[in-house]
Design a protein around this ligand. Structure first.
Ligand code: 1HE
Length: 270
């Protein structure tokens, strides 16, 4: 359930029938809405996700992604995995890449709230978000290895960067499934909460992120993942450029002045 203060976003986003998209203040909630199919991602759903993230209202400053029902997402809709020629299969995978790039490298940060199955393409979707919150019930697998296929939604790029190549190989080659504690220990998720508490936690985190200075959020989303791919020398130079750009914005100047004047909060352990 979304909190009662979330209301549907009208217009194009309301026409996306496989999603339920609501907003409260600066936070949008994008819910996968195929619970009967465990939110399996059909071609229609991947296209709607892409469209949703390209068309978020300007007033949205952070997003929560969740899945309706007991499972976050069962991955690729296997009923649509028909025989495709090689070119069509490449284009299908590239369609997923475009949608998940729109999430990872979009305008605003995204929190995924995870319960039940977070498998295959569902884990790839979660990996494209900046923050992941797992409820007790969440479990994580890459059954592509058992289905005779390979990841195609950016998993081979994003998942080893979260938990390492060896662990991803283990999930794919042996069918191992991680529970929520293992997922946290291995870096797949940053937050662990009790069953039923994920959405409230995700919304609270999104509200915090929505209050960040836009250039700081932009730097974390767009510069940081690129800097870690650069050589140290190039990374340090990119960091200096990004730091100079961020610190010269009016928001940064206001926030720095507020701290020096004693009007801003100190760093506290939560
Ligand atoms: C589906 C899918 C699906 C459920 N595609 N229809 N993903 C997988 O290999 C995971 C496959 N799914 C499962 O292992 C289980 O369904 C779950 C562990 C997620 C949930 O189990 P359960 O007992 O709650 O549900 P269920 O009875 O298995 O499924 C309910 C319905 O959802 C049923 O349809 P129904 O018409 O018989 O009611 C299932 O067929 C349907 N369903 N999962 C299609 N995935 C870009 S490349 C990405 C590659 C991948 O993601 S590969 C991994 C695919």
């Amino acid at each position: 359930m979304t909190s009662p203060d979330f209301t549907p976003i009208p217009g194009l986003l309301a026409s996306l029938d496989l999603l339920q998209i609501t907003q409260s203040d600066a936070v949008a909630h994008v819910r996968l809405n195929r619970p009967a199919k465990r939110n399996a991602i059909s071609d229609g759903l991947i296209q709607q996700l892409h469209s949703a993230f390209l068309n978020l209202p300007e007033t949205v400053k952070a997003v929560v992604v969740s899945g309706a029902g007991d499972h976050f997402c069962a991955g690729l809709d296997l009923s649509e995995l028909v025989q495709r020629d090689i070119q069509a299969a490449i284009l299908h995978s590239r369609m997923w890449h475009a949608a998940f790039d729109a999430i990872q490298f979009g305008r605003v940060p995204v929190v995924a709230v995870l319960q039940g199955a977070v498998v295959g393409g569902g884990l790839e979707l979660a990996a494209s978000c900046q923050i992941r919150v797992a409820e007790d019930s969440a479990y994580f697998g890459l059954p592509e290895g058992q289905r005779g296929i390979f990841v195609g939604g950016g998993g081979s790029v994003r998942i080893p960067r979260l938990m390492g190549t060896a662990r991803m190989s283990d999930l794919m080659l042996t069918g191992r499934v991680y529970d929520a504690d293992e997922a946290e220990r291995y870096g797949l998720v940053q937050y662990r909460v009790a069953t039923g508490e994920g959405l409230a936690k995700g919304i609270a985190l999104a509200r915090k992120m929505a209050g960040n200075a836009p250039m700081s959020a932009f730097a974390v989303m767009h510069a940081l993942p690129r800097i870690v791919e650069q050589s140290p020398g190039e990374g340090l130079f990119t960091e200096a450029l990004m730091a100079a750009a961020a610190s010269s914005t009016p928001e940064a100047q206001d926030r720095l002045r507020a701290f020096l004047d004693g009007r801003a909060g100190k760093v506290v352990k939560s």
